[in-house]
Design a protein around this ligand. Structure first.
Ligand code: ATP
Ligand code: MG
Length: 138
């Protein structure tokens, strides 16, 4: 089934000029890019985006990190896009990520882990709508 998912190139990766490298991997893996822009989230916007994690011990640190600098938000489309993008990213903790995954290659820690991906169809729809209007999805 053709699906869409929200990918983020997180501030740690943007700061280290990895945007082009990660976008090249996305295209090489066969995803279509349906929308893309550079954003600098406020703390409140990061808290809204990661609201499901608000009770977690890492919430304050995570939202400070996600609002610390520019990020690139991207809507990806392909067959099975949600699962396929999470497979390309690898495990949340780079120490547990498989060789060849983006997090294995580019993450600095479990928090500064280079990329984000939606985890289910309902969260993908929420997250895409958080950044893009219908007319921006082309
Ligand atoms: P994401 O939602 O960003 O794609 P994920 O689904 O692999 O990542 P989540 O459990 O949703 O992982 O955690 C969201 C983000 O919170 C992680 O990507 C990471 O940046 C941060 N995070 C998760 N667990 C920890 C932790 N134990 N300590 C610090 N930061 C963490
Ligand atoms: Mg997640």
């Amino acid at each position: 089934m053709i699906e869409r998912t929200l990918a983020i190139i997180k501030p740690d990766a943007v700061e280290r000029r990895l945007t082009g490298t990660i976008i090249a991997r996305i295209e090489a893996e066969g995803f279509q890019i349906r929308a893309m822009k550079r954003v600098h989230l406020s703390k409140a916007q990061a808290e809204g985006f990661y609201a499901v994690h608000r009770e977690r011990p890492f919430f304050a640190s995570l939202t400070a990190f996600m609002s610390s600098g520019p990020a690139i938000v991207v809507v990806l489309e392909s067959a099975d896009a949600i699962r396929k993008w999470r497979a390309l990213m690898g495990a949340t903790d780079p120490a547990k990520a498989d060789p060849g995954t983006l997090r294995k290659e580019f993450a600095q820690s479990i928090e500064r882990n280079a990329t984000h991906g939606s985890d289910a169809p309902d969260t993908a729809a929420y997250e895409i709508g958080y950044f893009f209007s219908g007319t921006e999805l082309i």
